[in-house]
Design a protein around this ligand. Structure first.
Ligand SMILES: [Zn+2]
Length: 72
């Protein structure tokens, strides 16, 4: 099964663990791509300035242990 290509910008290379929905993205990250919040390589856009939204996008699909560490 293919995994979502989104790569979190939090603390190095952490990939989203969700199965692929379209264009190599899971359902959530495909929606982000359509909104222009991430690019086709799976990297979050600098245009997303809302920290809460960035957090949501970065943390979606990550293992729970990763989301509780303070990676600033
Ligand atoms: Zn994803």
């Amino acid at each position: 099964m293919d995994r979502c290509r989104f790569t979190s910008s939090w603390g190095g290379v952490v990939r989203c663990g969700e199965p692929v929905y379209r264009l190599g993205f899971c359902r959530f990250h495909f929606d982000c791509y359509v909104r222009g919040e991430i690019d086709i390589r799976g990297v979050i856009s600098e245009r997303v300035t809302d920290q809460e939204r960035r957090r949501q996008i970065n943390f979606h699909g990550l293992p729970p242990a990763r989301t509780t560490t303070s990676a600033a």
